[in-house]
Design a protein around this ligand. Sequence first.
Ligand SMILES: C[S@@+](CC[C@H](N)C(=O)[O-])C[C@H]1O[C@@H](n2cnc3c(N)ncnc32)[C@H](O)[C@@H]1O
Length: 294
Amino acid sequence: MPTQHRVILGSSQQMSELADGSVQLMITSPPYPMIEMWDDLFAGADPKIAELWRKLKAGGGEETVAQIYDAMHGYLGEVWRETFRVLIDGGIACINIGDATRRLNGKFKLFPNHARVTEICEKIGFTALPYILWKKPTNKPSYKGKGAFLGSGFLPPNAYVTLDCEFILLFRKGNLRKFPPHDPKRYGSAFTKPQRDEWFSQIWTLKGTRQTLGELERRTAAFPDEIAERLIRMFSIEGDTVLDPFLGSGTTVKAAMQNGRNSVGYELDPNLLSIINQKTANPGKGVDVQIIKR
Ligand SMILES: C[S@@+](CC[C@H](N)C(=O)[O-])C[C@H]1O[C@@H](n2cnc3c(N)ncnc32)[C@H](O)[C@@H]1O
């Protein structure tokens, strides 16, 4: 079946290219609030966040830390709201996000991003569904929020549990999706029993993706192809349209191409186009890719 794929270089805070109720599935991994590698992106995208960081450096205190965290989730929340608009009734949203730990203002603490995203999505109108924990075998234990688990890390009570899981949060818009009886596209998209048993268990142990395409790919913190593929096979049928509002290196579009789904991806950083092109090159017969620069 021919499929169509659009990569839109622009912000997904407004997805004016997409009509209400035109997408069946959203899969994404946003920049994670309070993870250092994304600080510049948040500050560059929202001057209020840049101003709050300046305030913190000038001695702002814990209240300022809380305001920065709120503002970062406010930024992502705009995209969750747009996603709600473009999803069909019964459409599913899958959000891969990790919590963060950080020492700010002299205090080490957890920023539970998964809880904040869940709260915001429920306020928007999504129904929260049981989620997946993606266990990455690579992260090292830490002591006092530092990388290595050194000598005193063996003494109670001041060592910290390592964040070696990320969340894949799952939400539904509205009611269960309806299909005609014996819909051939739905039945043609069935998974096997071993796939069902593995994919619908709560913990997925998968290595982080090997970033083989160089520094640019590392900068996107791409998720493994397998995550996008499983979610597509679990929550959409052939011919559906899959959206990724934080496309990064293009993993979701690639997985959609390989699984008979249409796709739309939004990416803010135009420098990533070369890597998106590499990931989505040679898609095969009947697969059409369009790059749209706003
Ligand atoms: C964690 S990365 C996504 C990685 C992706 N899952 C992959 O496999 O490559 C988040 C991406 O969101 C992009 N981004 C941030 N804000 C955005 C916005 N408002 N609209 C579109 N893209 C945005 C960033 O430039 C970054 O490339």
